[in-house]
Design a protein around this ligand. Structure first.
Ligand SMILES: *Cc1c(COP(=O)(O)O)cnc(C)c1O
Length: 428
């Protein structure tokens, strides 16, 4: 996609906003205030904003609970017993999967463990796992403990991919070469889809193909990809994936995760798994009998009945995504993040204060830009916050800024640029 002829001017930003077909969605979210002013919120990578509609979705379930109590499980169209089904059309679109390949359940770290039980089945000769170096801590602890659970040594089994000397992100060719090199010792590639720290989007299709070509499986943690980029998990032949819904999916702090399992595992009663009654054949669930019969597809990995209030908040947000369309959001995202990139380069350029470490190629990133700050340090970041910019800081010197296409505007980016310019003059 071509970038427009970007300009550092308010008139230009306003014109971009006027021409933005997604602009109406901004008004569907609540913005926090910082020092009495509406924030410039670039932190949707950490916690998405609250859709205004969440309240009424929650109130409806509170009413149902009040009016129906236990009968709410089976009463009418919105019966809680089937509540997971409501989110499936939206999840199926967002993740590029059949409805039976996705289900909302649990939290992300929990789901990673459950999926590892089924898809990391090391043998004496095939037991290696490839992951990117510097993965999110929960993923690292999960892998380490899974490997130990199998009686193996994490230092021998976990292969970490590091960028080349002097580079910040991984090259696809190097990822594929490592997969090939590990060959028939490789059990699993288990990486982020979009790296939380660098903002790099990995080529999940190529990685899955390479893993399969050596007889291994490929699974992805999509915490930072979900609701950020269009995904085609089924067509890419990804074996499994999981995500959270409180980052770009705007479903509320700690809200429900979800999983994807490729349909080739839909009928695999012999695949090891940790089971619970909600994964058991729905038609026979209340016979309360012995003998676990997994439900078809991803549903067969559920353990427990759904958290209805959490699912209601999740649904409020998913309905907005359904209306907006992830492909439309991606188009705006190219332009919006492109504008941020242009302004950072223009303003910080010669001073060398900020260095963007996220890939320059828009097909290798989502909406987030990660920056190294080389002078001024956290004082610069704190100055931004004082002026209402909510981003996030990671020691020793990384700033992440995520203009999200659903609720951020070109004017947000322009106003940030003005604050950036002043802060560089003052502190760096
Ligand atoms: C946010 C995030 C998590 C958080 O896990 P929870 O179980 O939801 O607390 C895990 N992994 C990655 C890559 C993340 O970005």
């Amino acid at each position: 996609m071509q970038f427009p002829n970007y300009q550092y001017s308010e008139a230009f930003a306003q014109k971009m906003d006027q021409e933005d077909p997604m602009r109406k969605f901004r008004n569907e979210f609540l913005f926090p205030r910082v020092n009495g002013k509406e924030a410039i919120y670039f932190c949707g990578n950490s916690l998405g904003l609250q859709p205004k509609s969440v309240k009424s979705y929650l109130e409806k379930e509170l009413e149902n609970w009040g009016n129906l109590a236990v009968d709410g499980h089976f009463h009418g169209e919105d019966a809680w017993y089937h509540i997971r089904k409501k989110s499936k059309p939206a999840l199926s679109e967002l993740f590029g999967a059949h409805e039976h390949e996705v289900v909302a359940m649990n939290n992300l770290s929990v789901n990673l463990h459950l999926l590892m039980v089924s898809f990391y089945r090391p043998t004496k000769s095939r037991n290696k796992i490839i992951i990117e170096a510097g993965a999110f801590p929960s993923d690292q602890y999960m892998l380490e403990s899974q490997v130990k659970f199998h009686g193996l040594n994490p230092a021998e089994v976990i292969v970490e991919l590091k960028p080349r000397e002097g580079e910040h992100t991984l090259r696809t060719e190097d990822i594929l070469a490592e997969i090939k090199k590990q060959g028939n010792t490789l059990a699993l590639v288990n990486m982020a889809g979009l790296q939380y720290y660098t903002g790099q989007l990995f080529d999940m299709k190529a990685i899955s193909q390479a893993a399969h070509s050596v007889g291994a499986l490929a699974g992805f943690d999509l915490a930072h990809a979900a609701g950020n980029i269009p995904l085609k998990l089924h067509d890419w032949e990804v074996d499994f994936a999981t995500w959270c819904s409180y980052k770009y999916l705007n479903s509320g702090p700690g809200n429900v995760s979800g999983i994807y399992v490729h349909e080739k595992y839909a009928e695999s009663p012999d695949l090891p798994r940790f089971a619970g009654w909600w994964g058991h054949d729905e038609g026979q669930r209340f016979l309360m009998e012995k003998g676990f019969i997994p439900m078809h597809g991803a549903d067969g990995w559920q353990l427990a009945n759904s958290n209805v209030l959490a699912m209601a908040a999740h649904q409020a947000s998913l309905d907005i995504f359904q209306e907006a369309g992830i492909e439309n959001l991606r188009k705006k995202s190219f332009l919006l993040t492109g504008y941020l990139e242009f302004l950072i380069k223009k303003i910080s350029g010669e001073s060398g204060v900020l260095e963007i470490i996220t890939p320059e190629n828009q097909l290798e990133r989502g909406c987030q830009l990660s920056l190294h700050i080389h002078r001024g340090g956290k004082a610069v970041f704190d100055e931004w916050y004082k002026h209402g910019v909510v981003g996030d800081w990671r020691n020793p010197n990384v700033i992440r800024l995520a203009p999200t296409p659903l609720y951020n505007s070109f004017e947000d980016v322009f106003r940030f640029a003005q604050i950036l310019e002043q802060s560089i003059e003052k502190f760096a």
